[in-house]
Write a protein that binds this ligand. Sequence first.
Ligand code: ZN
Length: 287
Amino acid sequence: MKNIFKNIIALIIFGIAIFVFRDSLLKSYLILQDKYFPCTRTISYSLGTVDPQFGISKEDFLNAIKESEDMWETAVNKDLFVYKESGGELVINLVYDKRQENTQILKNINNGLQDNQSSYNDLKNEVDTLKREFETKKSIFESKVISLRNRQGTYSPENITELNRLQTELNDYIKRINSLVVKVNNRASSFNNQAKEYNTVGSELGDEFEEGLYHSDKNGKYIDIYQFENKQKLTRVFMHELGHALYLEHVDNSDAIMYRLNTGVSLMPTIDDINALRAHCGLVKAK
Ligand SMILES: [Zn+2]
């Protein structure tokens, strides 16, 4: 009797322990499942904080995640992730800091540089056209001077009036050309200043800044996105971090999604990415 009572107490305590620790037990169970039976379950994800300073709507942000999710799932023909309105195992945040701020500054300077470059080119073309017109007028003037002098030796008042008119026209050309040259030089120096600023801000960003980060702690798993230039780069960052969430490591191919830097342009995983995932899932390598 005493023993039965003891067992019941033990069972109750065990039951309470499971109830109290059910979250962490479930987490440990999922970690073991991921380790010993990889790719056999879907990882649920939810959106955390999406900072409005990025200027991207939650909807577009989510679409970029779903696009990245599809790329991996197609590669192994398996359901790997599933979106959950709230309470997902993986929380995805868009975190605004110096990285995105500098990216936006760089983008603005770059646009300014391009405007400056095109208005510099326009001015330069204008100067070249004026110079050509000037040369033509100048040779007309010179041949006129010679022909008038040859015929008569002196100039009639009409000749002088015409030569004066041509001379004034030539002087006007010189004035216009000179004032344009000043403008061209101003453009060039403002172009140089912008280029200097671009380099300063660019060097603050460093070479290997993190655009995103996958991390986990006792409370859960997270993907934090810090920086992206355009939607294509954003999708690539997601794919990369989702890859880490699938326990993928970096690969050496610089075009790959799982390369340590976001240097590639394609939204398709490379053969190295696909094979990394296939190997992880225990599937035959693709060729
Ligand atoms: Zn990485």
